[in-house]
Structure formats: structure tokens, C-alpha cells
Design a protein around this ligand. Structure first.
Ligand code: NAD
Ligand code: LMR
Length: 330
């Protein structure tokens, strides 16, 4: 039987911590499935190329049956030529003395040329996941410089927040994570995000009823999930890496292969105006995927408690969008 054509997967920031945790899983088939060969393109800045070469040597040493080849480049045009899947991990972290505007501007310098390169040379079925922070706004910048690519192909990662919420809820209730369904992360991948259990079920029962502890929800669950990234940095001295890579795998796997029938997950995708989120913002929603397309779950009732929290996170996204607009980045 003829071997299927490899799927071209570009990973930026390949020499970083998440890159190291991600690439081996992509090459082993966990991103796209056990029957899909992949060709990896590692995009780094020149200073990162040598370390990326080291990672590529280790990838070779795994002799992964599905790995059809590895290229290492430091030019975005070469990085995205023919790419079917792009994992945009490399970003400029905030350093001491950096203002928010400086951070947005530094990331604009990365995601604008990457968006342009995706527009110029990526494959027609390109699917982009932005992991590098501020992820939602970086995705917005990239999308706005790729006018020939449908904006629905640009997404940002809130799957890590979703998985964190699943795990916290499972711990609280003694349920297995697999018993929990229809949990949602709304808004921005930041401390304003809103992990929503009001449509979730645990073993078929409403999650809020199983939890039955509004104080825990407000004072423990929501802040723990929303501030988990900072807690990991505090504990490890470095931001989450393996869990972030795991979430990136989950996001793209579900996007390409479909979500479980009847269930949903969370992803930051371009808003069509649903749930009062301004059209065009890249915001996290409850989503399903079929046929390789994300769709926002419609018709959920949003009570006052949830409304206030969704609005606060969306307001932050609007602020970020206006800031990058002001900087001429979109
Ligand atoms: P890291 O500093 O270990 O690695 C980043 C890599 O990106 C470096 O190797 C650097 O050389 C490279 N890079 C920088 N600019 C680049 C460019 N223009 N093109 C290609 N490569 C470039 O960082 P990390 O721990 O791997 O994290 C990467 C990003 O992911 C950070 O922005 C982090 O905040 C973010 N993150 C997001 C989530 C999420 O849930 N969305 C979770 C964890 C981390
Ligand atoms: C996370 O959620 O773990 C990261 O986004 C934190 C960070 O600032 O890198």
C-alpha cells in the first residue's frame, strides 16, 4: 500500500522548553494520529538554530516511523512554505522593566512577519495554533496579516486552561476527568479568563449541583485555574512546558480529527459575534470540531454571574486589540 503524503508541521520556538516537550509527541503521531506521517519544519531565530539542531539529532535518534524529515530554518518565509499545520510557540517573554505596550510591540515584530509568511506560502489547508503569549492577541496580529487565509484558521490556545479546570473539578468532586463534560473557558488566556462550570456535567449530573459550594467556585476554583500559569512559574522557576505542549497536541488533534460526539472543548477562535463577543476578536468559547472546522456551541444560557466574568475578559481582549491597533500592528 502507498504511504500517505506527509503533513508539513511547522513549529516556531522549536528550541525552547515547550518545543522540546512538543516535537517528540508530534513526531510520534500524537498530533495527527497513528496513520499520518509528518515532516517537521523547525523555525527559530538565528541564536536558537544550534539548539534546534540538537533537538533534531535527538528526533532522528528516536527513529520514529512517522517522521518523514526535519528542516531547520530561521526565515519565516522558508518556515511556512507549504505548511499544513503551524504551531506558533516562539514569542518574546516579558522581561524586567518592560511595559505592556513594549511586550505587544515586540510580539507584533514576530507575529506580523509570520502572518505575512503564512499568507504568502502556506498550504491551502493551513491551520494555525498560537501558543506564544499574549496568545489571543498574537493570533489576531498574525491573522490580520494573512488576508488570503480564512480567519477561522487562526486560533489561540486555551486548552491548557480547559485541562486545568477539568483536573481541579475532578479533584474537588472525586470524579474522574473523563466523567466531566461540557466545561468551558471563556475569553482571554490570561488571569481574566472565565472557567465556567454552569453548563458542565459530572457523571451526567449538573456540575454546579455536584459541587454545591459557591464559595469554592468563586474563591478557589476560578482563581486557581486563572492564575495557574503564574503558580507554575513561581514553583518551577519557568513557565509550564510539558502541560502546554500536551494542550497544543489536544487542540490540534481535536481540530483535525474532531471532538467527541456530544461533547465540547475550549479554544480561542475568531468571534462571529456569538455571546456578545465582538466580531473578529479571538476569544475562547465552547467549541466542537467536525470536518476540520471549529464551531461555537450555540444557545447556552448565560446567567448574570457568568455574564460579568465573560464581559471582563472580553473587555481585556478589546483593550489588547485597541493597543495593537494603536501600535499599527493590525
Ligand atoms: P522559551 O523561552 O523556552 O522558548 C521560546 C523559543 O522561541 C526560544 O527558543 C526562542 O529562541 C524562540 N523564538 C523567539 N522569537 C522567535 C521567532 N521570531 N521565531 C521563531 N522562534 C522564536 O519559551 P517557552 O517556555 O517554550 O514558551 C513559549 C511561549 O509560550 C511563551 O510566550 C509562553 O508565555 C507561552 N505559553 C503559553 C501557554 C498557553 O497556554 N497559551 C502556556 C505556556 C506558555
Ligand atoms: C501558562 O498559562 O502556563 C502560561 O501562559 C504562563 C506564562 O505566562 O507563560
Amino acid at each position: 500500500m502507498a504511504r500517505p503524503t506527509p503533513v508539513n508541521v511547522t513549529v516556531t520556538g522549536a528550541a525552547g522548553q515547550i518545543g522540546y516537550a512538543l516535537l517528540f509527541r508530534v513526531a510520534s503521531g500524537q498530533l495527527l494520529g497513528p496513520d499520518t506521517p509528518v515532516r517537521l519544519r523547525l523555525l527559530e531565530i538565528p541564536q536558537g538554530v544550534k539548539a534546534a539542531e540538537g533537538t533534531a539529532m535527538e528526533l532522528d535518534d528516536c527513529a520514529f516511523p512517522l517522521l518523514a524529515g526535519i528542516d531547520i530554518v530561521d526565515d519565516p518565509r522558508a518556515g511556512f512554505e507549504g505548511a499544513n499545520v503551524a504551531l506558533l510557540v516562539g514569542a518574546r517573554p516579558r522581561t524586567a522593566g518592560m511595559e505592556r505596550g513594549d511586550l505587544l510591540s515586540a510580539n507584533g515584530g514576530i507575529f506580523k512577519p509570520q502572518g505575512e509568511a503564512i499568507n504568502a506560502g502556506a498550504a491551502d489547508d493551513i491551520r494555525v495554533l498560537v501558543v506564544g503569549n499574549p496568545a489571543n492577541t498574537n493570533a489576531l496580529i498574525a491573522a490580520s496579516h494573512a488576508p488570503d487565509v480564512p480567519s477561522s484558521r487562526f486560533t489561540a490556545m486555551t486548552r491548557l486552561d480547559h485541562n486545568r479546570a477539568l483536573s481541579q473539578l475532578a479533584k474537588k468532586t472525586g470524579a474522574a476527568v473523563t466523567d466531566i463534560e461540557q466545561l468551558t473557558i471563556w475569553g482571554n488566556h490570561s488571569a481574566t479568563q472565565y472557567p465556567d462550570i454552569f453548563h458542565a456535567s459530572i457523571g451526567g449530573r449538573p456540575a454546579a449541583e455536584v459541587v454545591n459550594d459557591q464559595a469554592w467556585l468563586e474563591n478557589d476554583f476560578i482563581p486557581t485555574v486563572a492564575k495557574r500559569g503564574a503558580a507554575i512559574i513561581e514553583a518551577r522557576g519557568a513557565s509550564s512546558a510539558a502541560s502546554a505542549a500536551n494542550a497544543a497536541i489536544d487542540h490540534v488533534h481535536d481540530w483535525v480529527n474532531g471532538t467527541t460526539p456530544g461533547g465540547w472543548t475550549s479554544a480561542a477562535i475568531v468571534s462571529d459575534g456569538s455571546y456578545g463577543v465582538p466580531e473578529g476578536l479571538i476569544s475562547s468559547f465552547p467549541v466542537t470540531s467536525t470536518g476540520g472546522e471549529w464551531e461555537i456551541v450555540q444557545g447556552l444560557e448565560i446567567d448574570e454571574f457568568s455574564r460579568g466574568r465573560i464581559d471582563a475578559s472580553v473587555a481585556e481582549l478589546v483593550e489588547e486589540r485597541d493597543a495593537v491597533k494603536g501600535l499599527g500592528l493590525i
